[in-house]
Design a protein around this ligand. Structure first.
Ligand SMILES: O=P(O)(O)OC[C@H]1O[C@@H](O)[C@@H](O)[C@@H](O)[C@@H]1O
Length: 368
């Protein structure tokens, strides 16, 4: 697998090299926001408020589904009056009980960790909300427990359906008065995603296409991706996961200020310095910093200082800024850009972005 940037502007390659349709799936993000919103409204999530506001919200989900919980927490913000915890494991913690809302999210509706947590939530008498496809084991658990279920038309990989799986959680949060119920928010987010899809469309040339440009930045490096606020950190984590899954590429995720207490040390390490004359291709770090409008002032200082530090050491740097006003718009803008970049990176390497054979093999090995 070699990096060939010319592939990014070769229209035949962009469609033939993407037989699973990851680029069209990313382009459908705006439609997914609208469909996810409609599905959530039709599921009558106001029923979740029957017992008042929950003590805590626990989101159960893995991979491309679990990130919905991170987005929910970032949208609710640091001022949220209740804890919002995303669990990616088999066991609910002891403190989760009947006054908590457990939201189980799964694109397949059949992920063993998520089903285990949903089952435990029912046993403990928690309010359960399920989000996933119709006819799935997750829906069966919800139906059996008379819980609310949002059936969303997921097709293909969960990570390519992030908005179908996420928007119902935001609607649920509005139903329990955790976030304001803003009628036009989802339409604004959809429009922002349409705008990004237009700028990143396959027929748009590498030099003006932000998705292709970011892919070119990321190529032949080990990206260290930092977010400078909780909003940006979700997008940074998503980008790292998308690089793993779409491009089968390693990536290191971090969040400021914490990354300034450990990862920054790697700027002095053996993979740091980039020398265009040395044969270090693919073995050097690139620092990618996702910036947000709502940074803590000390984090802004830390971010700027860390970037200076990196540049002084000849470490390659990419800076990305969230666009939009509402946190959901800001997350969406960064996630959409990263989704395109990770898909273009795969295609530039001649890697099919859709299948994840190592994940499939791992699941198969433990099911024997
Ligand atoms: O999203 P569900 O179907 O619950 O699966 C959870 C996760 O499983 C992983 O192994 C991958 O396939 C992810 O893309 C997926 O998101």
């Amino acid at each position: 697998m070699t990096w060939e940037p010319g592939r990014l502007d070769d229209q035949a390659h962009l469609s033939e090299g993407d037989p699973g349709g990851m680029l069209p799936a990313v382009a459908a993000s705006a439609a997914h926001v609208r469909t996810g919103h409609r599905a959530a409204v039709e599921a009558r999530l106001d029923r979740l408020a029957a017992n008042g506001r929950p003590r805590a919200i626990v989101v159960a989900g893995m991979g491309g589904s679990g990130i919905a919980g991170d987005i929910l927490a970032a949208v609710a913000g640091s001022g949220a009056p209740l804890p919002i915890v995303t669990l990616r494991s088999y066991q609910l913690p002891g403190w989760v009980g009947a006054t908590d809302l457990v939201i189980a999210v799964s694109g397949s509706g059949d992920t063993e960790e998520t089903l285990a947590l949903a089952t435990q939530a029912v046993r403990r008498g928690c309010t359960l909300l399920g989000v996933g496809p119709t006819g799935s084991p997750l829906e069966a658990i919800a139906v059996q427990a008379s819980a609310v279920y949002v059936a969303v038309p997921v097709s293909g990989q969960s990570r390519a359906n992030i908005w179908l799986l996420t928007i119902p959680l935001i609607v649920a949060a509005a139903a329990v008065r955790l976030v304001p119920d803003e009628a036009d928010l989802f339409e604004r987010v959809a429009r922002a995603l349409e705008d990004m899809a237009h700028r990143c469309r396959p027929s748009s040339d590498s030099f003006i296409n932000p998705g292709k440009s970011l892919a070119m930045d990321l190529a032949e490096s080990v990206p260290m991706i930092w977010g400078s606020s909780p909003v940006a950190a979700v997008a940074a984590y998503r980008l790292a996961c998308q690089l793993n899954s779409n491009a089968k590429y390693p990536a290191v995720y971090g969040e400021l200020p914490e990354a300034g207490h450990n990862q920054v040390a790697a700027l002095d390490g053996p993979l740091a310095e980039y020398d265009i004359f040395a044969d270090t291709t693919g073995r050097t770090v690139r620092l990618v910093v996702m910036r947000d409008v709502e940074e803590h002032p000390q984090v802004t200082r830390r971010r700027e200082a860390a970037l200076r530090l990196a540049r002084e050491r000849d470490v390659r740097v990419t800076e990305l800024a969230a666009e939009g006003v509402h946190p959901l718009e800001r997350i969406a803008s960064l996630i959409a850009l990263g989704d395109y970049a990770s898909t273009y990176l795969a295609l530039g390497y001649g890697v099919d972005p859709t299948p994840v054979s190592a994940i499939t093999e791992l699941k198969a090995r433990i099911s024997q």
